[in-house]
Design a protein around this ligand. Sequence first.
Ligand SMILES: [Zn+2]
Length: 263
Amino acid sequence: MSSDLPTLQKFGLGAQPQSDAKIQVVTTVVEKQPRREDSTASYLSPSQLNKFDLNDVNLDSILENNRRWATTVREENSNFFTELSKKQEPKILWIGCSDSRVPANQLMQLGPGEVFVHRNIANVVSHTDLNCLSVVQYAVEVLKIEHIIVCGHYNCGGVSASMHKHQYGLIDSWLMNIKDVYRRHQGEFETIEGEHKRERRLVELNVLNSVHNLCHTTIVQNAWKQGQRLAVHGWVYELENGLINQLDICVRDTEKLEQVFRF
Ligand SMILES: [Zn+2]
């Protein structure tokens, strides 16, 4: 399957518009998408894609999207699904934010079978989160993935919330992970002018913290000990232009880890 943008968009995989900096629920009601037999159906611009019709209470339009997508893929490659159903061999584990505007496969332009994904509020890797750690263990030990990407994003609602005193309920406990990052870098934050800049820096430091936490796990360190090729990357996605920024971190062994974290 080709991975160029028009093809992915044709398959209904394009990203949503990235214009609004705040987390929002898409409430726009749009006209029904053109059917495949329409001449315009071979290409859908990002603004036409994936707008959920609030009147579609039975989710019929989504099921129809799925049928059209599956049909289009099979028309291009009749064996695509049968081959993919036999096994998965992704080389990438993506740990990202649950934010609807940061869809892993779409923004990397990778198709089904290419990316193993874990997402949570503000892409936090915590040593007490059995869900995340189970994903990491399976990805590293069973799938033998070669890259773990922690990808945060600027204008992250979770990071923003962690900087304020407002109570949000259960999620306050989760956001403590990010508040801890802020506290550890308090000195640096005191030198940064303006809340917007401080928030962007906290997004980056939160990604770095998740990268470090991953490298501190016995899962990752045992893989390195066994000679498994495994790199842990830190990225930040810019909602306002759709581009990924690589942070200055990519860990491939225990060399730079603090002694206390080495096993
Ligand atoms: Zn977020």
